[in-house]
Design a protein around this ligand. Structure first.
Ligand SMILES: [Zn+2]
Length: 302
């Protein structure tokens, strides 16, 4: 028996991978709920981790229904990363993490929410990433979360996070400059659903969204005839030049309102999802840049 064990150990030495090789091949895995969170995570972990996203580009986090494959993916995760504040409808990401016994980081942790009132109920607006200053908080929360799982590389995660936060500052300065080309009286943003309040509050716009804060039916989402009439009236009253559709929600309602109010569609904005790989909006910085160019060009048109 003893001799057999020795043979096995020797065999192991020759045919099995060494400890160092194993470590190199098996990367830690972070599972993210939204495409924005996944982009931030990749900026922080570089090639040291695998980062995978539950939502594909263009999918809507408010109404997403979890699939069996999602649970299998989360079962392999070292950490789960979500947006938080109920962006993930019915807390689907928290539920996935809890069922698998995995740690989860809500990226909005530490931010001060803007509040929305919908049908008499006050909720924390979950679309906080639309301010690059808030995005920096997301990034630092992710860096802290992954450092807890892999403390050995804390300095590396912090260095990447700091580098990316510098890019977010540059983005903020650029947005401010672009937005200044739109006269203050024309800074009115009408989009399908209430995704842009943080952007509007940061850059001096007022916003209005006929479908409310969520795209789903579960928390007062969806359009009512009253909201539709309000939207058409405010477009006319304010002399708004263009309104916008979103990549992750059905454009039909906005198209009808634009037709009824006699304004044009200013373009398609990235809202709750970034663009597909290969598009200009495939990264957070790319989606913000494209949105800002569309908004400023359409609203400052003569
Ligand atoms: Zn949304």
């Amino acid at each position: 028996m003893k001799r057999f064990a020795v043979v096995m150990v020797l065999l192991g030495m020759f045919v099995g991978p060494t400890k160092a090789q194993e470590k190199e091949e098996k990367k830690l895995l972070a599972i993210c709920s939204t495409t924005q969170v996944a982009d931030f995570a990749r900026q922080v972990v570089g090639d040291r981790w695998d980062v995978q996203c539950v939502l594909a580009a263009g999918q809507d986090p408010h109404v997403y229904e979890v699939k069996p494959g999602d649970a299998r993916l989360v079962a392999q995760a070292a950490i789960c990363l979500e947006n938080g504040w109920h962006l993930e409808g019915n807390e689907w990401m928290k539920t996935l993490a809890k069922d698998a016994g995995k740690p989860i980081v809500s990226c909005v942790t530490g931010l001060k929410p803007l509040e929305l009132v919908e049908d008499g109920e006050t909720i924390d607006d979950p679309h906080a990433w639309f301010s690059p200053k808030n995005a920096a908080v997301y990034v630092n929360n992710i860096a802290r979360g992954v450092s807890q799982i892999d403390p050995e590389h804390t300095d590396e995660y912090k260095a990447r996070a700091d580098f990316y936060v510098q890019q977010l500052r540059t983005l903020h300065v650029w947005i401010q400059k672009e937005v200044n080309t739109v006269p203050k009286t024309q800074r009115k943003l009408i989009t399908s659903h209430d995704a842009f309040n943080y952007f509007c509050s940061e850059y001096g716009f007022t916003s209005s969204a006929p479908a409310g804060w969520s795209t789903g039916d579960e928390v007062g989402g969806g359009i009512t005839a009253e909201r539709r009439q309000q939207s058409i009236k405010s477009i006319r009253d304010f002399g708004i030049k263009a309104i916008f559709v979103e990549t992750s929600t059905n454009p039909e309602m906005i198209r009808q309102i634009a037709a009824d109010a006699g304004v044009k569609i200013g373009g398609e904005l990235y809202a709750d999802s970034m663009g597909a790989p290969g598009t200009a909006g495939e990264s957070y910085i790319g989606m913000m840049r494209e949105n800002v160019l569309k908004i400023t060009r359409a609203l400052s048109a003569k």
